[in-house]
Design a protein around this ligand. Sequence first.
Ligand code: SF4
Ligand code: SF4
Length: 300
Amino acid sequence: MMIAVCGGEGRPGRTFVAVNLAWSALEPVTLLDLDGARPRCSLFLKPAPESAEVVFSPVPRLDPRRCDACGECAAACRHRAILPLKASYLLLPALCSGCGQCLGVCPARAVSLSERRVGIVEKGRAGHVSLVSARLDDREFQTRPLILAAKNLAEPSGLNILDCPAGRSGPPIEALSGADFALLVATPTPAGVDALARAVKRVKAAGLRCGAVINRAGHCDERLARYFRTERIPVFLRIPEAPQIARAAADGRLLARDLPRLRLNFRHLFFSIRNEIRRPSKIFLVGPAVHAEDLASLTA
Ligand code: SF4
Ligand code: SF4
C-alpha cells in the first residue's frame, strides 16, 4: 500500500504527519521523503545511514557547427530552457527537465543528449522505518528524476508512505503516481484552504481517493470543515493548535515515540485509511481530535 501525504503550499505539517504516521505503523514501513529541496524526515527519525545513490538527469547539448538557428527547439521547450541569442541558441541546464522534446524536433540533428548530476537519494533506517530521502544538489530545481529514483526504492509488496512536496498547483504528478490513497494535511487559515483546494484538484485529477488531517485545529475551522464537507472528503484526525507541538516539531522531536496516546491516534488514522480504501464512506465523516491533555507531558 502506498499512502501519499500531501497538501498545499506553505507548511501545513505534511512531514510532521508523515513521520509520526510511519513511526506508529505496526509493521515495517518505507517512508519516502520526496521533498528534494528541503527533505526534513531525517531530522525527526535520525536514521542510521545505509546507502546513497547519485541521480543524473538527461540534458541536451546543442552542436553550434550543425545548428542553423531555426528556433524549433526553443519553440518546443515548455520550460523555456533554450534561449535565442543573436545567431545561435543558449541552453540553461538548471531549467531543463530532460524531457527530450528538443531532440525530436531538431531538423539539423544538432541536439544530442548527455547527463548532469541533480542530487542524491539516501537510504537509512530508524527502528522499523526504512527512510529514503531525495536531496537536490545546490542550485538544482528539477525534482522529477530524484522523485522517480526515490520511488524505485519503494517496497513493492509493503507499506510505503510518501512525504510529497507541494508546488503552486499541488503535489507533482510523479509523486502521486502509483499511490493508493492521498492523505491531505491542511491548516484552517484562509491561505491554507486556498492552497489545499489546488492540491485537491491535482489529487482528484490523478484519480486518487483521499482523506484529511486538520493540523493546528482551533476555533476558526469552519471554512475548512465546510470545504471538506462540500468536497466529501472525510476528516480522519484533528491535531490541535498547541505551542508544545510547534516547539517539538521545530526541534525535530518524534512525538509518536514519546506520547503513547498520540501514537494510538496515528494508528487509528491507519485503520481509517485502510477502511476508506476498501469501502469509501458514503457520508461525511469527522474523526477524533488529539486531546490537549495528551500533550501535557510535553510542557515538562
Ligand atoms: S532545432 Fe536544431 S537547428 Fe534549430 S535552433 Fe535548435 S539546435 Fe539549432
Ligand atoms: S530536454 Fe526538454 S526541457 Fe530540456 S531543453 Fe529540451 S525541450 Fe527543454
